[in-house]
Design a protein around this ligand. Sequence first.
Ligand code: C2E
Ligand code: CA
Ligand code: CA
Length: 795
Amino acid sequence: MPTDRFSRVSGAREAAGGRPQHSLWTALAAILIAAGIAVSVLGSRLVAGNDRQRARATFDAAAADVASTLTQALEHEEDLAIGARAFVIGNPYASQAAFLDWTRAVEALPRYPELQGAGLVVEVPAAQLPAFEARERADPTSPLPGGSFQVLPPGPRPFYCLLALSLTRTVTPADKVPAGFDYCALPTSLRSAFLTARDSGQNAYLPYKSGAADVLVVETPVYRGGVVPRTVAARRRAFLGDFGTTVIPRIVLRTALRGHPHMALEFRHGTSSSVAFRAGAAAPGARSATRDVHYGWTMRASEAVYTGGMLSDSKALLLLGGGIVLSAMLGLLLFVLGTGRSRARAMVRRKTQELSHQALHDALTDLPNRALALDRAERMLARARREQSIVPAALFVDVDRFKRVNDTYGHAAGDQLLRTVAQRLRGAVRDQDTVGRLGGDEFVVLLESATREIPPDAIAERVIEAMREPVVLDDGATAFTCSVSIGIAIGMRASADELLRDADLALYAAKAEGKDRAVLFEASMQSSSAEHLQLEAELAEAVENQQLFLVYQPIFDLNTRKMVSVEALVRWQHPERGVVAPDDFIPLAEETGHIGAIGRWVLDEACRQAAEWKAKGHLIGMAVNVSAHQLDEDGLVHDVRRALGESGIAPSSLTLEITETALMHDVLSASERLQAVKALGVRIAIDDFGTGFSSLAYLRQFSADALKIDRSFIAAINDSRDSAAIVHTLVALGKALHIETLAEGIEGLDQLELLQHEQCDQGQGFLFARPLTPEALERFLESESRDSAASAVTP
Ligand code: C2E
Ligand code: CA
Ligand code: CA
């Protein structure tokens, strides 16, 4: 036992006299201090090395972040070009007024702050010049100043490149292109950008200096029919014009640099010798990283990154200093321990207190942590048990959309928001109430309501009110508003866990009712969550117990009115509840992961059924719904391959329907998996299209074969101009991108007529047929073939 030996040694020394005992402790303390200093030096060198590495990693992450913002910006930009292309294809001779109407409808100027102007330059052969001139004169809103028209520079040429439509942000006359200005007449870079775009079928980029700003002109060629013809000659024939935009890239770069105040950016297209756009100033000796952005653009981010050694790293220095001081203190402590125990004991007690505070409080907000908050709740319940007048209450507070703040403004901002919430919560209650942080963005407030005048729900309202104040970040410039949802549980419970669980259930209800509100716990919430659990347990066995079955809804070609395929829709034959609709169990299956097994079963069964029909001579396509979760897993390709192999149906007869929102989950891996599925020969349809609208540019990335226009638009097509316009645009978009369009939920003849007028390709809905059992579908097929045989006979 070391302590025994210790006391024996000191006892022996004591007997020999006071001095030698002191020198023993002095020597021990000196050894300890020396060892401590050695360890601190080593430690701080390590820290300095670590910090260098961390600084590099932080910079790399920031560069990746900026690159992804720029990618999004380019895609956003591409959306405008896609929209404009669809507009021009749909209206090749649009008037300037119609064009301006369109730009207002898509909010081009407000949504694209970097956009200085946009327009369509068309190629006018000499023979058509008078017609062009006449059209321009007849249009009172034409961009021609003063109505005078003259080809510039004057003189006869085989063709002219003239501005047919234009939009400008500023309206100074100097900004106006003179009427009849021929972009192709002079051997300028404008001419070459125009012709390059026309002949290559790709965007041409033309950077130049305009006054103080660096400006970029982007020329997007537009061809009749929407697709880029294969050969140069065919492209020239189908050419409708170049849609050009003039943008100030620095505005985009500045937005991308938000949150990275010390970073400088360089942005260029193509080769390293091409013109670059810059924003921000790079410090000398900065580290830089080059990243591919998109569409041939690259960016180079530079930032001064910490590279110093141990003595210039404040943390390492702190550790070194702290280590020296600490070893000196420990040496002193050892010395004092050896010589005077009571002083040392006091010091140890203080240190222990500090440590226990740290163990029971949250480091970020200094609020009681979960363990302490639960302990306080237990004590509150114990007090309430002793004194009938005390009514315990707990508020479960959760920040709404906290993740979005983290994603948008960064983790430091997230931390600051949490500290602000903590402060505002503390400000809303009395000192003797407990405010604790349970973890993440969850807080708890414990109230003993009988001992106060204000009831818990009024306090919850006060908290919600306090959160309405904007949160201003440390940089002083960024401010945003956010809200909290609160679940309230009032009254005696057997344990703190139960009290918090009830408050949590109420919080769940508050979130479900639309957030930014407080909801009081009710007993029914418990039973609905119990019901939820019950259903979840039963769902786990639904596949094994063969309780799932498929019904099939026919899909029609709107032109020939022939049935071309069916969509498989799953049902659950529940032993007590009867038939459960997918909307009532698919979300639950997704939440619990059972969707994996369900999805595989649906795929196998639908393919098996298609093979059975094929054997009976019915060649119809089969569409199967795939949920976001299935797309998140690598197994999808394998499952599809197996279902195809086992059934023997042609891959091209199978369509996977994937909702737009599922695709937007994780765009990159979704598009990779879809490519792999498509490589099997299977078709892809984007389901509920128009509801999760994010970026049209993704349509091509996902190489979808069909768009299913969401049934909410079809339902409103005859009553709402917005819906009609959206359907019109989506069908035009499908045509431009050569993607089939399908309208869901057709219930009335008037809807069908409108869709036929819009030339939507396919449709499904109760007007034609409800989802049918396999037997009913076979009867339907037979009656259809009888009808068509009859109509073939009757003239
Ligand atoms: P969805 O993919 O949009 O499927 C079409 C839904 O619209 C079906 O509802 C169908 O019965 C309904 N419908 C068809 N025509 C009309 C009409 O004219 N008017 C109206 N008001 N409704 C019409 P259902 O079968 O209840 O399916 C609901 C959703 O459940 C589906 O929406 C789909 O997202 C999901 N779902 C169905 N089966 C599966 C499946 O096997 N796997 C996955 N992951 N999801 C499925
Ligand atoms: Ca579907
Ligand atoms: Ca749908």
